[in-house]
Design a protein around this ligand. Structure first.
Ligand code: GLN
Length: 235
């Protein structure tokens, strides 16, 4: 890694609902707490996606901006190039669906995704909205995921990805799993923002780029997690 960690926030003008930009702030804060300098690039949808970033983030959004975002990302090609060089990516909700081969448009019509993840999404019977808690794939060694979801989409995972987690409450992908990952790409339906409620997920993304990280003072994050998990899980 260079001396500075480069974070790329993709299309804030199209895809950044429910505080998803907080994911950028959490990565910056947790990197700096370990003495790692960061530089964040906000890439508007009219601009090219830089290929030399370390960690890429993309958020959720309404159906039409999601379709527009998918078209522009496909035409641009910068994110593909970055992932091929080994960059990490966290894609949330609409951003998650875009990473697949196909997703459902505003009338449920199939819209091509950009094919970075082996998933396909369509529209479900009813909107999935509310708190979600899920147990993470033990291979990743992370504590219970907490967040909230608000989406119509349901997502089918292909053999090229692994489920990120299994739901304890909430809908997620729609089949008892939530999100998925492959290599250094993570997709999730979780807002909240996801990294503020799951700092271990932020550290996983950081450590893929920086190597092992020392623990930091986490009591504020922990208080938020405790409160949110207590609200939905039986004690
Ligand atoms: N438009 C997508 C859906 O409803 C994504 C929504 C979101 O990003 N919150 O499934």
């Amino acid at each position: 890694m260079q001396s500075e960690l480069s974070i790329v926030w993709i299309y804030p003008d199209l895809l950044s609902t429910y505080g998803d930009q907080g994911n950028v702030l959490v990565l910056e804060q947790r990197a700096r707490a370990r003495g790692i300098q960061t530089r964040t690039v906000h890439v508007r949808s009219s601009d090219p996606v830089p290929q030399q970033g370390d960690i890429y983030l993309i958020g959720g959004g309404e159906d039409r901006p999601q379709i527009l975002g998918a078209e522009r990302l496909r035409r641009d090609g910068g994110l593909h190039a970055a992932i091929q060089r080994g960059a990490a990516l966290l894609a949330v909700c609409a951003g998650y669906q875009i990473m697949g081969t196909v997703f459902g448009g505003e009338e449920g019509q199939p819209v091509p995704g950009i094919g970075l993840l082996d998933i396909s999404s369509g529209r479900g019977e009813r909107r999935a909205v509310g708190e979600l808690a899920a147990e993470v794939d033990p291979a990743l060694g992370l504590p219970t995921l907490t967040g909230f979801e608000n989406h119509m989409g349901v997502t089918r995972l292909g053999p090229g990805v692994r489920p990120l987690s299994r739901t304890l409450t909430g809908i997620g992908n729609g089949d008892g799993t939530e999100g998925c990952y492959a290599g250094r790409v993570i997709g999730t339906y979780l807002h909240g923002p996801a990294l503020a409620r799951n700092p271990a997920l932020a550290d996983l993304l950081l450590s893929w780029v920086t190597g092992p990280l020392p623990p930091i003072e986490d009591s504020w994050y922990q208080a938020l997690r405790d409160e949110r998990l207590r609200a939905v899980l039986p004690s």
